[in-house]
Write a protein that binds this ligand. Structure first.
Ligand code: SF4
Length: 281
Protein backbone atom coordinates (compact mmCIF):
# COMPACT_ATOMS: atom_id res chain seq x y z
CA UNK A 1 0.00 0.00 0.00
CA UNK A 2 1.30 3.41 -0.94
CA UNK A 3 1.95 5.34 2.26
CA UNK A 4 0.43 8.41 0.62
CA UNK A 5 -2.91 6.63 0.81
CA UNK A 6 -2.79 6.50 4.58
CA UNK A 7 -4.80 9.04 6.50
CA UNK A 8 -4.08 10.55 9.87
CA UNK A 9 -6.69 10.24 12.60
CA UNK A 10 -6.92 13.99 12.47
CA UNK A 11 -8.18 13.86 8.91
CA UNK A 12 -10.88 11.42 9.97
CA UNK A 13 -12.22 13.53 12.77
CA UNK A 14 -15.99 13.81 12.56
CA UNK A 15 -18.70 15.51 14.54
CA UNK A 16 -20.22 12.11 15.21
CA UNK A 17 -20.21 8.58 13.80
CA UNK A 18 -23.61 9.38 12.28
CA UNK A 19 -21.88 11.01 9.32
CA UNK A 20 -22.28 8.85 6.23
CA UNK A 21 -18.86 7.82 4.92
CA UNK A 22 -18.38 5.58 1.91
CA UNK A 23 -15.59 4.14 -0.24
CA UNK A 24 -12.77 5.71 1.75
CA UNK A 25 -10.54 2.75 0.78
CA UNK A 26 -11.61 2.45 -2.83
CA UNK A 27 -8.69 1.27 -4.93
CA UNK A 28 -6.72 -0.31 -2.08
CA UNK A 29 -5.73 -3.77 -3.38
CA UNK A 30 -7.20 -6.82 -1.63
CA UNK A 31 -3.71 -8.16 -0.94
CA UNK A 32 -2.86 -4.94 0.92
CA UNK A 33 -6.03 -5.21 2.99
CA UNK A 34 -5.23 -8.82 3.89
CA UNK A 35 -1.68 -7.91 4.89
CA UNK A 36 -2.96 -5.03 6.98
CA UNK A 37 -5.40 -7.32 8.80
CA UNK A 38 -2.70 -9.95 9.42
CA UNK A 39 -0.10 -7.57 10.77
CA UNK A 40 -2.29 -4.93 12.41
CA UNK A 41 0.11 -2.25 11.21
CA UNK A 42 -2.70 -0.54 9.35
CA UNK A 43 -6.34 -0.18 10.39
CA UNK A 44 -9.45 0.85 8.48
CA UNK A 45 -11.36 3.53 10.34
CA UNK A 46 -14.75 5.00 9.56
CA UNK A 47 -14.10 8.05 11.73
CA UNK A 48 -12.51 9.38 14.85
CA UNK A 49 -14.20 11.49 17.50
CA UNK A 50 -13.04 13.26 20.64
CA UNK A 51 -14.92 14.39 23.73
CA UNK A 52 -17.41 11.51 23.88
CA UNK A 53 -19.11 11.00 27.25
CA UNK A 54 -21.23 8.00 26.23
CA UNK A 55 -18.68 5.40 25.17
CA UNK A 56 -17.23 4.31 28.48
CA UNK A 57 -16.21 6.11 31.69
CA UNK A 58 -15.21 9.79 31.65
CA UNK A 59 -14.43 11.75 28.52
CA UNK A 60 -13.17 9.62 25.66
CA UNK A 61 -11.43 9.56 22.34
CA UNK A 62 -13.21 7.06 20.09
CA UNK A 63 -11.96 5.30 16.95
CA UNK A 64 -14.78 3.86 14.85
CA UNK A 65 -13.58 0.87 12.86
CA UNK A 66 -15.00 -0.26 9.54
CA UNK A 67 -16.18 -3.82 8.98
CA UNK A 68 -18.95 -5.83 10.61
CA UNK A 69 -20.28 -9.27 9.71
CA UNK A 70 -23.60 -8.75 11.54
CA UNK A 71 -26.66 -7.10 10.02
CA UNK A 72 -28.65 -5.79 12.97
CA UNK A 73 -31.99 -4.46 11.82
CA UNK A 74 -31.58 -1.34 13.95
CA UNK A 75 -27.91 -0.68 13.11
CA UNK A 76 -27.45 3.07 12.92
CA UNK A 77 -24.14 2.82 11.08
CA UNK A 78 -24.62 0.41 8.15
CA UNK A 79 -21.90 2.33 6.30
CA UNK A 80 -19.46 0.68 8.75
CA UNK A 81 -20.38 -2.83 7.53
CA UNK A 82 -17.92 -2.73 4.64
CA UNK A 83 -14.26 -2.42 5.51
CA UNK A 84 -13.79 -0.58 2.22
CA UNK A 85 -15.78 2.31 3.63
CA UNK A 86 -13.03 2.83 6.18
CA UNK A 87 -9.92 4.93 5.62
CA UNK A 88 -6.53 3.19 5.95
CA UNK A 89 -4.64 4.60 8.95
CA UNK A 90 -1.20 3.49 10.07
CA UNK A 91 -0.78 2.19 13.60
CA UNK A 92 2.02 4.67 14.21
CA UNK A 93 -0.03 7.70 13.21
CA UNK A 94 -2.99 6.51 15.27
CA UNK A 95 -0.79 6.02 18.33
CA UNK A 96 0.84 9.39 17.75
CA UNK A 97 -2.53 11.12 17.61
CA UNK A 98 -3.62 9.36 20.79
CA UNK A 99 -0.50 10.55 22.55
CA UNK A 100 -1.66 14.15 22.16
CA UNK A 101 -4.68 13.45 24.34
CA UNK A 102 -3.08 11.38 27.07
CA UNK A 103 -2.84 14.07 29.76
CA UNK A 104 -6.33 15.44 29.11
CA UNK A 105 -7.86 11.99 29.17
CA UNK A 106 -6.26 11.24 32.52
CA UNK A 107 -7.47 14.54 34.02
CA UNK A 108 -11.00 13.80 32.81
CA UNK A 109 -10.90 10.20 34.10
CA UNK A 110 -11.51 9.12 30.55
CA UNK A 111 -9.71 7.04 28.00
CA UNK A 112 -9.70 5.53 24.55
CA UNK A 113 -12.56 3.47 23.13
CA UNK A 114 -12.57 1.47 19.93
CA UNK A 115 -16.04 0.98 18.52
CA UNK A 116 -17.44 0.24 15.10
CA UNK A 117 -18.53 -1.55 13.01
CA UNK A 118 -17.12 -4.54 14.82
CA UNK A 119 -13.59 -3.82 16.07
CA UNK A 120 -12.60 -7.47 16.37
CA UNK A 121 -12.77 -7.75 12.57
CA UNK A 122 -9.43 -5.91 12.91
CA UNK A 123 -8.23 -7.62 16.07
CA UNK A 124 -4.49 -7.25 15.37
CA UNK A 125 -4.70 -3.51 14.76
CA UNK A 126 -6.94 -2.98 17.79
CA UNK A 127 -4.66 -4.94 20.11
CA UNK A 128 -1.55 -3.12 18.92
CA UNK A 129 -3.30 0.20 19.46
CA UNK A 130 -4.45 -0.84 22.94
CA UNK A 131 -0.93 -1.94 23.81
CA UNK A 132 0.32 1.51 22.80
CA UNK A 133 -2.50 3.22 24.72
CA UNK A 134 -1.81 1.27 27.90
CA UNK A 135 1.88 2.11 27.67
CA UNK A 136 0.81 5.78 27.69
CA UNK A 137 -1.30 5.17 30.80
CA UNK A 138 -4.56 5.54 28.87
CA UNK A 139 -7.65 3.55 29.94
CA UNK A 140 -8.80 1.23 27.11
CA UNK A 141 -12.30 0.09 26.19
CA UNK A 142 -13.75 -1.87 23.29
CA UNK A 143 -17.33 -1.87 22.14
CA UNK A 144 -17.98 -5.26 20.57
CA UNK A 145 -20.67 -7.80 19.82
CA UNK A 146 -18.25 -10.44 21.13
CA UNK A 147 -18.74 -12.76 18.16
CA UNK A 148 -15.01 -12.90 17.40
CA UNK A 149 -13.89 -12.86 21.03
CA UNK A 150 -11.96 -16.09 20.58
CA UNK A 151 -9.49 -14.19 18.42
CA UNK A 152 -8.08 -12.64 21.60
CA UNK A 153 -5.69 -14.49 23.87
CA UNK A 154 -6.07 -14.40 27.64
CA UNK A 155 -3.04 -12.09 27.82
CA UNK A 156 -4.68 -9.73 25.36
CA UNK A 157 -7.83 -9.55 27.45
CA UNK A 158 -5.66 -8.02 30.18
CA UNK A 159 -4.90 -5.10 27.86
CA UNK A 160 -8.58 -4.18 27.66
CA UNK A 161 -9.69 -2.33 30.77
CA UNK A 162 -13.38 -2.47 29.90
CA UNK A 163 -15.54 -4.40 27.44
CA UNK A 164 -18.73 -2.69 26.29
CA UNK A 165 -20.54 -5.85 25.26
CA UNK A 166 -23.60 -5.62 23.04
CA UNK A 167 -26.21 -8.21 23.95
CA UNK A 168 -28.87 -7.63 21.34
CA UNK A 169 -31.74 -9.89 22.36
CA UNK A 170 -32.40 -13.27 23.94
CA UNK A 171 -32.91 -16.70 22.32
CA UNK A 172 -31.27 -18.18 19.27
CA UNK A 173 -34.10 -17.63 16.80
CA UNK A 174 -34.76 -14.05 17.80
CA UNK A 175 -31.06 -13.31 17.73
CA UNK A 176 -30.72 -14.68 14.20
CA UNK A 177 -33.77 -12.70 13.11
CA UNK A 178 -32.37 -9.49 14.55
CA UNK A 179 -28.65 -9.80 13.71
CA UNK A 180 -28.29 -12.60 11.16
CA UNK A 181 -25.92 -14.49 13.50
CA UNK A 182 -25.96 -16.93 16.44
CA UNK A 183 -25.96 -15.65 19.99
CA UNK A 184 -23.71 -18.40 21.45
CA UNK A 185 -20.27 -16.87 20.69
CA UNK A 186 -21.33 -13.62 22.39
CA UNK A 187 -22.47 -15.44 25.52
CA UNK A 188 -19.33 -17.58 25.48
CA UNK A 189 -17.18 -14.44 25.33
CA UNK A 190 -19.13 -12.98 28.26
CA UNK A 191 -18.51 -16.14 30.32
CA UNK A 192 -14.83 -16.08 29.46
CA UNK A 193 -14.50 -12.46 30.54
CA UNK A 194 -16.33 -13.36 33.75
CA UNK A 195 -13.98 -16.27 34.46
CA UNK A 196 -11.04 -13.88 34.06
CA UNK A 197 -12.76 -11.14 36.08
CA UNK A 198 -12.53 -8.60 33.27
CA UNK A 199 -15.08 -5.78 33.71
CA UNK A 200 -18.07 -5.58 31.37
CA UNK A 201 -20.69 -2.93 30.69
CA UNK A 202 -23.55 -4.52 28.81
CA UNK A 203 -25.19 -2.38 26.13
CA UNK A 204 -28.73 -3.28 25.18
CA UNK A 205 -30.82 -1.49 22.55
CA UNK A 206 -34.50 -1.39 23.49
CA UNK A 207 -36.70 -1.64 20.40
CA UNK A 208 -40.49 -1.76 20.88
CA UNK A 209 -41.90 -4.96 19.43
CA UNK A 210 -38.46 -6.38 18.70
CA UNK A 211 -36.39 -6.61 21.89
CA UNK A 212 -38.90 -5.79 24.63
CA UNK A 213 -40.40 -9.19 25.42
CA UNK A 214 -40.63 -9.30 29.26
CA UNK A 215 -39.71 -13.01 29.47
CA UNK A 216 -36.67 -12.50 27.26
CA UNK A 217 -35.62 -9.52 29.36
CA UNK A 218 -35.99 -11.54 32.57
CA UNK A 219 -33.84 -14.37 31.20
CA UNK A 220 -31.24 -11.99 29.83
CA UNK A 221 -31.09 -10.23 33.20
CA UNK A 222 -30.58 -13.56 34.99
CA UNK A 223 -27.75 -14.50 32.66
CA UNK A 224 -26.04 -11.12 33.01
CA UNK A 225 -26.37 -11.18 36.80
CA UNK A 226 -24.93 -14.71 36.94
CA UNK A 227 -21.68 -13.48 35.38
CA UNK A 228 -20.63 -11.42 38.39
CA UNK A 229 -18.37 -9.03 36.44
CA UNK A 230 -20.97 -6.73 34.87
CA UNK A 231 -20.62 -3.28 36.37
CA UNK A 232 -23.55 -1.72 34.57
CA UNK A 233 -26.24 -2.38 32.01
CA UNK A 234 -26.95 0.47 29.63
CA UNK A 235 -30.43 0.47 28.17
CA UNK A 236 -30.22 2.44 24.93
CA UNK A 237 -33.57 3.57 23.52
CA UNK A 238 -34.02 2.80 19.82
CA UNK A 239 -33.97 5.86 17.55
CA UNK A 240 -34.30 6.54 13.83
CA UNK A 241 -31.09 8.57 13.38
CA UNK A 242 -29.53 5.89 11.18
CA UNK A 243 -32.51 5.44 8.87
CA UNK A 244 -31.18 7.84 6.25
CA UNK A 245 -28.05 5.72 5.87
CA UNK A 246 -30.11 2.61 5.07
CA UNK A 247 -31.99 4.60 2.45
CA UNK A 248 -28.80 6.14 1.00
CA UNK A 249 -27.22 2.70 0.70
CA UNK A 250 -30.34 1.20 -0.91
CA UNK A 251 -30.75 -1.27 1.97
CA UNK A 252 -34.05 -2.78 3.02
CA UNK A 253 -34.89 -1.06 6.30
CA UNK A 254 -37.57 -3.00 8.21
CA UNK A 255 -38.11 -0.63 11.14
CA UNK A 256 -39.69 2.33 9.35
CA UNK A 257 -42.81 2.20 11.49
CA UNK A 258 -41.12 1.59 14.84
CA UNK A 259 -41.28 4.43 17.34
CA UNK A 260 -38.73 5.05 20.08
CA UNK A 261 -39.70 3.33 23.36
CA UNK A 262 -41.98 5.18 25.76
CA UNK A 263 -40.68 6.29 29.13
CA UNK A 264 -42.85 3.59 30.72
CA UNK A 265 -41.24 0.87 28.62
CA UNK A 266 -37.78 2.18 29.43
CA UNK A 267 -38.63 2.16 33.15
CA UNK A 268 -40.06 -1.36 33.10
CA UNK A 269 -36.99 -2.60 31.23
CA UNK A 270 -34.68 -1.00 33.77
CA UNK A 271 -36.76 -2.64 36.50
CA UNK A 272 -36.27 -6.08 34.87
CA UNK A 273 -32.50 -5.69 35.09
CA UNK A 274 -32.53 -4.12 38.55
CA UNK A 275 -34.67 -7.01 39.84
CA UNK A 276 -31.57 -9.16 39.40
CA UNK A 277 -29.43 -6.71 41.35
CA UNK A 278 -27.88 -5.14 38.24
CA UNK A 279 -26.84 -1.51 37.96
CA UNK A 280 -29.10 -0.61 35.04
CA UNK A 281 -29.05 2.93 33.67
S1 SF4 B 1 -23.04 -5.39 15.53
FE1 SF4 B 1 -23.11 -3.12 15.63
S2 SF4 B 1 -22.17 -2.41 13.72
FE2 SF4 B 1 -22.65 -4.58 13.45
S3 SF4 B 1 -24.66 -4.59 12.47
FE3 SF4 B 1 -24.99 -4.75 14.68
S4 SF4 B 1 -25.28 -2.66 15.42
FE4 SF4 B 1 -24.36 -2.54 13.35
Amino acid sequence: MNMKELATLNALEGKSPFELRLNQSLGVPESAVKKALDTGDIGFLHSFTTGSTVDGPGVRVVAWTAGCQWRCRYCHNPDTWSMMNGMPVSLDSAAEELRKYRHGLRVMSGGFTVSGGEPLMQDRFVMKLFTAAQAMGIHTAIETNGFLGERLSDEELEKIDLVLLGIKTWGQEKHRHLTGKDIDPTLEFARRLAARKRPIWVRFVLVPGLTDDPQDLAQMAQFIASLGNVERVEVLPFHQLGRFKWKSLGLDYTLDDVRPPTQDLIESTLTSFRAEGLNAV
